[in-house]
Design a protein around this ligand. Structure first.
Ligand code: ADP
Length: 587
């Protein structure tokens, strides 16, 4: 069975027409063959009758006279004439007499002629070897058959005409069949072409979708028939479909952009536990960047039992569940809400992950800040209270003691006002209210000034100071006074936290398109857990807060360095020493 509707239409029609053609051809061949044959036979019979009649009337007795006569007739009618007597012997023949001794009485046409009006036979002549038609007629005298006249005509011409007839008919059948086949194929093609075009369009659509160069077919739209209407309906349908797909795509792109950009993690899991959707935020949160998790089981993909437990709870209860999940040792705090998505797909669950780590951290910072600032204020305030109470309780009466207490009060008030001014400065730097006077400044000069300013203090503390720099160090683009404060603060801390006999190395060196400042000491070092937090306001590594200082110095340094477009960091090994670095862009 052909796959094409065109062949399904054309083939049966061609077969039927071929059968009809063959039947008609067969009939005509048979009919005309018969007509030609009968014409030859009737002509021959008429000739035979004429000869028989003439012979019976002439009653020629001499053989020569007979032969002469029949020779004339034979030439005239283009036949061979043989006259046989009642014994079967030839008494006259227009052709050559047969060589063999044959009795003509046994020839089929002669046998028939003896009993019937005439005898007829068709066979191959023994002499000429040509298919020949024979007709024999009796010449009677009363009831007695005296002689028999036999007329023979070769059927060569008949066979030639027969061949011509068959060839003409065959040619007509062949030609008409070819013409009809071509016509039918063309007509069926005309009828099926629009269907084929539509089929092609549909299969192209189903394979490639609506590509940007896709256009509806308009060629057949003008036709005012079923094809035109079908084409119009198809075009309308595809246009609608295209619009809907575009609208859906737009919506999908919008949702996908939101999912891509949002900081909350979104995860959809189907009833089998397979991940159907996961946005980059989830991967970022759980350190799964670059892993394709779509289609994977949640059990394998998320190696966190809390999530799986939450998902199972939602699957069982079909109700929204949420939990604050703490992932150790990464110290991640994730608020996870799991919602059943029954209306979307049975058994599906939507999980929304909110990373609360930063909030948690900020909460801790705020808590610590309040506790630290209270602590910082409490000590001088307690001391002030004690001093004023002592004065009230009688110390005022003792002027030398009163003066001593007043001096102490002044020290405490100075320390408080120092702290307040540092805090104010920090908040002004943070809010960008302190303008930097940027200009190319020599890092070596800054370093030398700091060493000069604090050198004596280091000497008193019994620590060795080494300055390490190349005079060719390029300038930095900075507010030199502010950088001196930063470097001075780091140097001051190094002196403070380095026991007697220790060593402090201050250096500057170019680092790409920046200059690296560093202060290295062999002091007490900073515990690893405190290292990330020492740049926070009021943060002190020493919990007892026994060391002097407010804990604001590094916070100010960090803001100043960042205002210059640089970065600051510290490396430290407890009990071995610390190194503080900061980078400032070249001037
Ligand atoms: P402080 O006024 O307390 O020195 P900073 O902000 O300058 O405040 O320093 C914060 C904390 O960082 C200090 O209290 C100390 O615990 C730690 N720290 C700073 N520099 C060093 C250092 N060179 N060696 C050890 N600890 C240090």
């Amino acid at each position: 069975m052909s796959k094409s509707i065109r062949y399904n239409i054309a083939l049966p029609i061609i077969i039927v027409i071929l059968i009809i053609q063959l039947a008609l051809g067969g009939f005509y061949a048979y009919y005309f063959n018969k007509v030609i044959y009968e014409t030859i036979r009737d002509d021959l019979l008429t000739t035979a009758r004429f000869i028989a009649l003439s012979l019976s009337e002439d009653n020629l007795q001499s053989e020569d006279g007979l032969n002469h006569k029949i020779s004339q007739w034979a030439t005239l009618f283009s036949v061979r004439i043989t006259v046989i007597n009642d014994q079967g012997s030839i008494i006259g023949d227009s052709g050559s007499r047969p060589q063999y001794d044959e009795t003509y009485l046994e020839l089929p046409e002669v046998i028939k002629a003896k009993t019937q009006e005439y005898g007829i036979d068709q066979r191959r002549s023994n002499e000429t070897r040509i298919d020949t038609l024979y007709i024999a007629l009796p010449i009677k005298n009363g009831n007695q058959t005296e002689r028999i006249v036999r007329v023979a005509v070769p059927l060569t011409k008949f066979h030639t005409e027969q061949t011509q007839l068959f060839m003409t008919l065959g040619g007509v059948i062949l030609l008409s069949t070819i013409l009809i086949t071509v016509l039918i194929i063309n007509v069926s093609q005309l009828a099926t072409r629009p269907i084929e075009k539509l089929t092609k369009s549909i299969s192209k659509l189903s394979q490639q979708g609506f590509s940007s160069d896709w256009k509806p077919d308009v060629a057949d739209l003008e036709r005012n028939d079923e094809v035109g209407r079908l084409t119009f309906a198809f075009n309308y349908l595809t246009e609608q479909l295209q619009n809907q797909i575009e609208a859906l795509e737009y919506e999908r792109n919008k949702i996908s952009a939101v999912l891509q950009e949002m900081t909350d993690g979104v995860l959809i899991i189907d009833k089998e536990g397979t991940i159907q959707l996961i946005n980059p935020a989830v991967k970022k949160m759980l350190n799964l960047d670059g892993v394709n998790l779509i289609g994977k089981s949640i059990m394998q993909a998320l190696d966190y039992p809390h999530f799986i437990e939450l998902w199972q709870r939602v699957c069982n209860s079909k109700e929204t569940q949420s939990a604050l999940i703490e992932i150790q040792p990464k110290k991640l705090y994730i608020q996870c809400s799991a919602v059943p998505l029954e209306q979307v797909s049975e058994g599906s669950v939507l999980m929304i992950l909110q990373n609360l780590t930063r909030q948690r951290y900020l909460e801790t910072v705020r808590r610590d800040f309040i506790s630290n600032i209270s602590h910082e204020l409490r000590t001088p305030l307690a001391s002030l209270k004690a001093l004023t109470e002592t004065l009230q309780e009688g110390a005022l009466e003792d002027p030398p003691a009163a003066r001593k207490f007043l001096l102490q009060i002044e020290v405490e008030v100075d320390s408080l006002s120092h702290m307040v001014s540092e805090l104010l400065e920090l908040s002004r730097i943070e809010s960008g209210q302190v303008p930097l006077r940027l200009r190319p400044a020599s890092p070596v000069e800054i370093l030398e000034k700091v060493v000069e300013r604090l050198g004596l203090q280091a000497e008193r503390a019994g620590v060795e100071v080494i300055s390490n720099f190349s005079p060719l160090t390029p300038n930095v683009l900075a507010d030199p006074q502010r950088l001196e404060e930063v470097l001075g603060n780091l140097f001051h801390n190094a002196i403070k936290f380095t026991p007697r006999g220790g060593k402090i190395t201050l250096s500057v060196r170019p680092e790409g398109d920046q200059v690296l400042f560093s202060v290295e000491d062999t002091g007490v070092g900073i515990p690893a857990e405190d290292l990330p937090r020492i740049f926070e306001r009021f943060y002190k590594a020493d919990r007892a807060r026994a060391s002097g200082g407010t804990g604001l110095g590094l916070a100010i340094a960090k803001h100043v360095v960042e205002a210059h477009g640089g970065i600051i960091w510290a490396e430290s090994i407890e009990k071995k020493g610390s190194t503080f670095y900061f980078l400032i862009p070249k001037g």
